[in-house]
Design a binder for this molecule. Structure first.
Ligand SMILES: [Zn+2]
Ligand SMILES: [Zn+2]
Length: 100
């Protein structure tokens, strides 16, 4: 059995313990459980609360079919796969559906 010395009171503690049995000082500060302050859900909520008219800025567009926000430069909506520009859809359909 290995022992480590408490940095706070010098008491011998069994290795593997998180806290000194005597003074409760953390023996391994680097593996002390830390509660994350930023939760991903908060970020998602903040994004969805953006006013849609502000989202339509320089680098955001809105799908004309489903209203999803899409980056400018994308050819198709990432949500419903609708083409963002009619002219691109026309060219695409000419290639795909055109006579062979
Ligand atoms: Zn201690
Ligand atoms: Zn869409």
């Amino acid at each position: 059995m290995e022992f480590i010395e408490c940095p706070e009171c010098g008491e011998s503690n069994r290795k593997g313990l998180f806290r000194c049995w005597k003074c409760k000082e953390s023996l391994n500060p680097e593996i002390k459980p830390v509660t994350p302050e930023i939760k991903p859900t908060h970020v998602a909520v903040a994004l969805s609360e953006l006013p849609s008219d502000q989202a339509v800025s320089q680098d955001l567009g809105v799908c004309r079919a489903c209203g999803a926000k899409i980056r400018n430069g994308l050819v198709r909506c990432s949500e419903c796969r609708t083409f963002t520009r009619p002219e691109i859809e026309r060219i695409y359909r000419e290639k795909v559906d055109g006579p062979e």
